[in-house]
Design a protein around this ligand. Sequence first.
Ligand code: AMP
Length: 281
Amino acid sequence: MKIIDGISRMQTMVKIIKKEGKSIGFVPTMGYLHDGHASLARSARAHTDVVVMSIFVNPLQFGPSEDFNRYPRDFARDEDIARRAGVDIIFYPKKEEMYPARYCTYVDVEGLASGLCGASRPGHFRGVTTVVAKLFLIVKPDMAYFGQKDAQQAIVIKRMVEDLNMGIDVKILPIVREKDGLAMSSRNVYLSKVERADAAVLYESLKKAGEMIEGGERDPKKVINAMSDMIKTKPSMRVDYISIVEAKTLKEVDAISGEVLAALAVFAGNTRLVDNVILKA
Ligand code: AMP
């Protein structure tokens, strides 16, 4: 496994790979890897010739009062997990090279990026689409792998790729969970013992939504209230939002029909956790 920390060296490597006629599978991450990230790399390994994983904690997608500075980082640990997941190249750019002082170009996906997490985290998706566009232009992947864990991000990136004719096949892979159902996340390391135990209620509430819809409930407000009541039984959890939206357009629904996305963000202390499920009525 190679580690490349310079943009021009990465671009040279990409030219060599392309010249050899090999396909590139790309997994963008912010590091502090877990099995969710590894599942993306394993899929890239199975379907493409060269697997590139980027590790870059992107300052642009963090709000001023968010956790950029204390975001967990452990490169040696990441190297080990990436190697075992079949990564060929870790691209590990420096923020000064990604965003030099003169930097002034941004990518904005309008509409899709404004609700759900976009409403709670203004500027977040602009940061995500800008860095992913930059990474795509550097790595020039044939396939790129993202997790359903960040459902809105996945939809926003698919739209960016389509709108800007990037010609990249974007794959969205299922959420990898801990035994009690908590979605794996680099941020889970922030949780206290009590918060970690209580956080299982997030997935429980999403399962409850599934049961209600399966039982014939079509009123999103009733489902959301039941989820909220469930989460409120855990004093360490504070709901940021719970939404039921059309799975493809992310539009709020008045009545549940077809495929919907039940999505939530919940604070455990200062830690913001997200989770979601796709449900069929
Ligand atoms: P991050 O490092 O948190 O920016 O995540 C990098 C990629 O891994 C994104 O596409 C995430 O959606 C994906 N990811 C994060 N957690 C999980 C998980 N538990 N299961 C599947 N994919 C995940």
